[in-house]
Design a protein around this ligand. Structure first.
Ligand code: NAD
Length: 500
């Protein structure tokens, strides 16, 4: 067992002067920036120093109904607006986002405590995503089909669905929202967004830029609030599609609400990614990637690789390499570009992650590295920090091994051969991402097919492109976001026959 401390970065205060004047925020319904009719608000706190920095309206059923009605009204004209015009507005939005990338990145760091490096990357990708969907909007909207019947012609039309409820989590607020917002609007739908209660301000700023770019009133609406606001939106009779990213538990509730109405859903849910290391791998590259995959974003990523499957022959070497690299991970102020691990985003999440450290102790998991929380980490005077932590998790029923922790905590599991690796990798109910480290390409191809996972990375981790689909299987969700078919998630095919 080791408790070698990770390197710590000094803390710093007074960090967001650009946001200090704005405290009371309003949400966007139709053409208006409004408060809640009840006057009820909720507060946001910076996870680094726990400073309360903003008040937001709680949207109740009334505000949600108004937002859905505004979107319904706007749908009539937006769905018949020429694709070239919709694309031009998305392109202008992309330009405005590009001008404000740093502001959007810093605002998200203020909200969720993710590192500035990660949030710059996520914000920097937004314009390309908007432009990608602007281009797709200009593509074909149907097929002409030879029906094989005399004196008949047939063709298809892909038409927008109507009002899309887009519900996002806090861990990558704008990136994950952009995968819903841009395709939905590009295809001619209108949208009611419900951002996470941890990260509402960045979404409001993104929507403001969209209105400045020329989105007509009601095409984008933002209602703020916690789960009850989300539930009111999901249960609203006026919506036609739910695009959700968040936990599997909330996704299941949403699926239950949607089922009797046969509503279309895209559900991007939790994960428990396996990173699998074979003896022929480049162990130095693999272990660097394993550490990054496990702790980057403070492990608060659906695509975290929190199960580290290591072949028996290299287990000892890999664990030693992991310990060394975990000791080099910088924990500290998320505004410091050298920090890889910042604070955990919210009090509730901190309780959850540290609760798993207690569970690991109670389960008797062997601690291989870390295990300390804020008050125990030298040099950390503020925030809710959890040290990158690695356990040995040989017991398949261990909760550390089975459950999504959503923090910088991972478990190492030994395997003896390919079959056992696949058995362990697929033992989880989740199926979002998985990775293979091997130089044997025939093994890589074979096992990539066997992994029950929406995404497989071979000798890499967390490679992303707007051109490549993303999504899960099993309890990691339904449907795919981004990629060439993503507009199909926001359109329905109509077949039209003509008798000649
Ligand atoms: P969460 O499910 O608690 O909340 C997500 C969103 O749903 C928030 O906006 C929340 O207010 C809202 N919500 C809560 N209850 C609701 C209800 N009953 N009806 C409608 N909306 C409701 O998840 P979270 O803690 O914000 O995010 C973390 C989770 O998201 C993790 O499980 C993570 O794996 C998952 N996630 C998945 C992906 C992916 O692409 N698959 C990406 C990022 C995060």
């Amino acid at each position: 067992m080791t408790t070698t401390p990770s390197k710590l970065v000094d803390t710093d205060r007074g960090r967001f002067p650009e946001f200090s004047s704005e405290k009371r925020y309003e949400m966007l319904i139709g053409d208006d920036w409004v408060s809640s009719t009840t006057g009820e608000t909720f507060r946001c706190f910076d996870p680094f120093d726990d400073v309360e920095w903003g008040y937001f309206p709680v949207a109740g059923e009334r505000e949600v109904a108004e937002a859905v009605a505004a979107a319904r009204t706007a749908f009539k004209s937006w769905s018949t607006t020429r694709a070239t015009e919709r694309a031009a507005i998305l392109m202008r939005w992309a330009d405005l986002i590009r001008e404000n990338v740093e502001l959007l990145a810093r605002l998200q760091v203020h909200e969720n405590g993710k590192t500035i490096t990660e949030m710059r990357g996520a914000s920097g990708a937004l314009p390309a995503t908007a432009e990608y969907f602007a281009q797709l909007a200009l593509g074909p909207v149907g097929l002409t089909i030879e029906p094989g019947m005399p004196r008949h012609e047939a063709w298809t039309l892909r038409q927008p669905l109507g009002v899309v409820a887009a519900i996002a989590p806090w861990n990558n607020p704008l990136g994950l929202l952009s995968w819903k917002l841009f395709p939905a609007l590009a295809a001619g739908n209108t949208v009611v967004v419900k951002p996470s209660e941890v990260t509402p301000a960045s979404t409001l700023l993104l929507a403001r830029l969209g209105r400045e770019a020329g989105l007509p009133p009601g095409t984008i609406n933002v209602v703020t609030g916690a789960g009850s606001t989300g539930a009111a939106l999901v249960d609203s009779p006026g919506i036609d599609k739910i695009a959700f990213t968040g936990s599997t538990a909330t996704g299941a509730r949403i699926a239950q609400s949607a089922a009797p109405r046969f509503l279309r859903t895209t559900l991007e849910l939790g994960g428990k990614g396996a990173q699998i290391v074979f003896p022929d791998a480049d162990l130095d590259a693999a272990t660097s990637s394993l550490v990054h995959g496990m702790v980057a974003g403070t492990g608060q990523a659906c695509n975290a690789g929190s199960r580290l499957l290591v072949h028996d022959d290299v287990y000892g070497d890999v664990v030693e390499l992991l310990r060394g690299k975990l000791a080099d991970v910088k924990i500290g102020d998320p505004l410091d570009p050298s920090s890889l691990v910042g604070p955990v985003a919210s009090r509730a999440q901190y309780e959850k992650v540290t609760g798993y450290l207690d569970i690991a102790r109670a389960e008797g998991c062997e601690l291989l590295f870390g295990g300390r929380r804020s008050e125990e980490i030298d040099g950390i005077q503020s925030g809710r920090f959890v040290e990158p932590t690695l356990y040995a998790t040989p017991n398949p029923s261990s909760r550390i091994r089975r459950e999504e922790i959503f923090g910088p905590v991972g478990g190492v599991i030994r395997f003896r051969d390919d079959d056992e690796a696949m058995k362990i990798a697929n033992e989880t109910t989740y199926g979002l991402v998985a990775g293979l480290w091997t130089r044997d390409l025939s093994r890589a191809h074979r096992l990539a097919r066997q992994l029950e996972s929406g995404v497989v990375w071979i000798n890499t981790w967390r490679a992303f492109s707007t051109n490549v689909p993303f999504g899960g299987v099993k309890s990691s969700g339904l449907g795919r976001e981004i990629g060439p078919d993503a507009l199909h998630e926001y359109t329905e095919t109509k077949s039209i026959w003509l008798g000649l």
